[in-house]
Design a protein around this ligand. Structure first.
Ligand SMILES: C[S@@+](CC[C@H](N)C(=O)[O-])C[C@H]1O[C@@H](n2cnc3c(N)ncnc32)[C@H](O)[C@@H]1O
Length: 251
């Protein structure tokens, strides 16, 4: 009889608030034999994992992604004989940015039985929690990465004609991104909202104009998603009641 293939779940941890974890993700975490987790995953979500599991933090310092991705791959191979499920816990949705696709390909090529458990992505959670209805002004919503490589490779002038932009991983390069957009013809007065620490106790929103961002006048702490475009003006002054402020206590 053929040996059973090792099972890996690529699980979305959501943006931080454990109440935003899916029921399926919580169930699988409770059964995990090993959990390889991104450091951005909140401690409250990690606390839902089987306490007897082996916990492996995935190193992700900037600029050394190739080396650290190879480390994660090596962990998968080492854990091949784990007695129970291996959980790869990634922030938000496991296949929205963050190299989840590469890990899925590696696991499939190396004979693992892989199941993806989608999560609530910061891409949509952060604007929703801030009361910004994506698609509320312009039907076109473009999602862009803002890391160093993307700053060079994205055709920023192509987004000069308006439309809503949502940028992930762009905090460090916000001024450069804003300058690229303005130089490409986007109005300097366009509103920008930085949505920081969405769904956590540190959640806060910082609004500015594209020009202020380009001049380096806007302090922002990662993790943050930023939204650029007229849709930012629709942000409700009252603020949306956050689910985790009103949620019933866990039994
Ligand atoms: C490598 S990407 C991974 C995205 C993730 N897979 C998702 O679906 O949300 C990490 C980026 O997600 C955004 N992010 C993640 N968690 C966040 C949060 N709680 N609040 C704001 N932005 C967040 C930031 O832009 C951060 O740089």
């Amino acid at each position: 009889m053929a040996a059973e293939r090792a099972k890996v779940y690529l699980v979305g941890a959501g943006p931080g608030d454990p109440d935003l974890l899916t029921v399926k993700a919580a169930r699988i975490l409770a059964q995990a034999d090993a959990v390889i987790y991104d450091k951005i995953v909140s401690p409250e979500v990690l606390a839902l994992a089987n306490p007897h599991a082996t916990f492996i933090p995935a190193r992700k310092e900037r600029g050394q992604q190739e080396e650290f991705e190879a480390e994660i791959h090596a962990w998968y191979l080492r854990l091949r004989d784990a007695a129970g499920p291996i959980v790869r816990l990634k922030s938000g949705d496991p296949l929205v940015f963050g190299r989840g696709g590469e890990e899925l390909e590696f696991l499939t090529q190396h004979g693992f039985d892989v199941e993806v458990v989608p999560g609530v992505s910061a891409l949509t959670a952060a604007p929703s929690l801030a009361g910004i209805p994506l698609g509320g002004v312009s039907a076109a919503v473009t999602v862009l990465p803002g890391h160093r490589q993307a700053v060079k490779e994205v055709d920023w002038p192509a987004y000069r004609h308006g439309g809503t932009l949502v940028v992930l991983m762009g905090v460090d390069h916000r001024a450069e991104i804003a300058r690229c957009l303005i130089n490409g013809g986007r109005p300097a007065g366009d509103p920008v909202a930085f949505l920081q620490f969405a769904s956590t106790d540190r959640e806060c929103v910082r609004e500015a104009t594209l020009e202020q961002v380009a001049r380096g006048e806007v302090d922002v702490e990662p993790p943050a998603v930023f939204v650029i475009g007229e849709v930012v003006r629709l942000r409700t002054a009252k603020q949306v009641q956050r689910a985790h402020q009103t949620a019933a206590p866990r039994p």
